[in-house]
Ligand binder design. Structure first.
Ligand SMILES: *Cc1c(COP(=O)(O)O)cnc(C)c1O
Length: 366
């Protein structure tokens, strides 16, 4: 049976090391803020090239805490892409600020820097760029706009950890960046988890205090914070997986190349394009096809699991109806109707890929 993302197979590969790591945490009885969390933060800093890494409870909480640290006030505006996972925008609303949507680029699926400036107002404070499917947004262009307008930039790198942009890693491109260790993300743990990244010493201290009840020392609280810590068991699992992460990204790249060359002769299947100055961590292998919903049903009958990231532009989610932004952002609308993600993970076999390729071609081209 073909799996969309195979976490069992990955576990089998590293089983004895992961089991030992989990047992080690239980033996230490340091379940919160244990040594493994500190060690993971150091490992992630080295991997990403970022000075400070603050592990936290999820990729969603990671989007909340920088807004707290940067003193975002109610009704301040934060620019977000119209086509992304819901949390990139919902956490802006959750903190009381207003998400202001900008359409995406139809090639990279990421926020279009050329469409940002027209949305900047006196209330704008920040730009949240999302690196969708594993390819980073164009952060040089976004940072330039931000500098010009006195804004700060956050990279939501939940899907792109491990990717590169002009020789630097994702999460090392902006004032502050976030990622998620949700199990199905490129680097996933066995529960919820996330991290924040910054090269700013003062911001790092504040982020660390805010995810631990705003505590500066025991029972002394400088800020109103949250309990947003990462579990020590998750940190221990992530440290094992991180050792093999670059290798897994290479395997994902190889699987992506195989799909792309197989679909080259099918004009109705638009394959993902990675800009030459970037590399993807291939969180998803997402193609565009006509009649997506019908094709997806036929693929299911043929035993091919697929997924749609995402079936609706975020601005039109019911939760955001209070914003009153019913704009049809052309590219976000088009992508939400045409995108379909195919089975993708580091350990996918060529046999499985061949079955997927044959089924997709049959369904799309008849
Ligand atoms: C998964 C994801 C999140 C949320 O991460 P969680 O760890 O599930 O809270 C945020 N933004 C994007 C783009 C994501 O893909």
């Amino acid at each position: 049976m073909i799996k969309f993302a195979d976490l069992n197979q990955q576990y089998e590969e590293y089983k004895s090391e992961i089991d030992n790591a989990i047992q080690g945490v239980i033996n230490s009885a340091q379940f919160i803020n244990g040594d493994e969390v500190k060690a993971l933060e150091a490992d992630l800093a080295e991997f990403s090239g970022v000075k400070h890494v603050i592990a936290c409870s999820s990729g969603t909480d990671a989007l909340l805490v920088p807004q707290m640290a940067m003193d975002i006030k109610p009704r301040d505006e934060i620019i977000v892409p119209a086509f992304t996972y819901y949390a990139s925008a919902s956490m802006v609303s959750h903190w009381g600020a207003t998400p202001v949507f900008v359409d995406v680029d139809p090639v990279t699926f990421n926020i279009d820097p050329e469409k940002i400036e027209e949305k900047i107002t006196k209330k704008t404070k920040a730009i949240f760029g999302v690196s969708l499917y594993g390819q980073t947004a164009d952060f040089d262009a976004i940072n330039r706009l931000a500098d010009k307008n006195g804004l700060w930039v956050l990279e939501d790198g939940a899907q792109s950890f491990g990717a590169q942009y002009k020789g630097k890693r994702s999460c090392n491109l902006t004032k502050v960046a976030t990622t998620s260790f949700f199990p199905a993300k490129p680097l996933g743990c066995y529960g919820d988890g996330g991290a924040m990244f910054t090269n700013d010493d003062d911001l790092a201290i504040k982020l660390r205090q805010l995810v631990n009840h705003g505590q500066v020392k025991r029972y002394t609280h400088k800020y109103v914070g949250i309990n947003g810590r990462l579990d020590t068991i998750q940190a221990a699992i992530l440290r094992i997986k991180l050792k093999y992460f670059d290798n897994e990204i290479e395997m994902r790249q190889s699987a992506a190349d195989y799909y792309t060359s197989a679909f080259q002769d099918s004009k109705n299947i638009i394959t993902p394009e990675i800009i030459p100055d970037r590399s993807s961590s291939w969180a998803q292998y997402t193609v565009r096809i006509p009649n997506r919903d019908e094709a997806r049903q036929k693929l299911q009958v043929l035993g091919i699991p697929t997924s749609v990231h995402y079936p609706m532009p975020v601005n039109r989610q019911e939760a955001f109806s209070f914003l009153g932004d019913n704009t049809h952002y052309d590219n976000a609308e088009l992508l939400s109707k045409e995108v379909i993600s195919l089975p993708m993970h580091g350990f996918i076999s060529r046999d499985d890929q061949n079955q997927v390729i044959e089924a997709v071609k049959k369904v799309v081209n008849g």
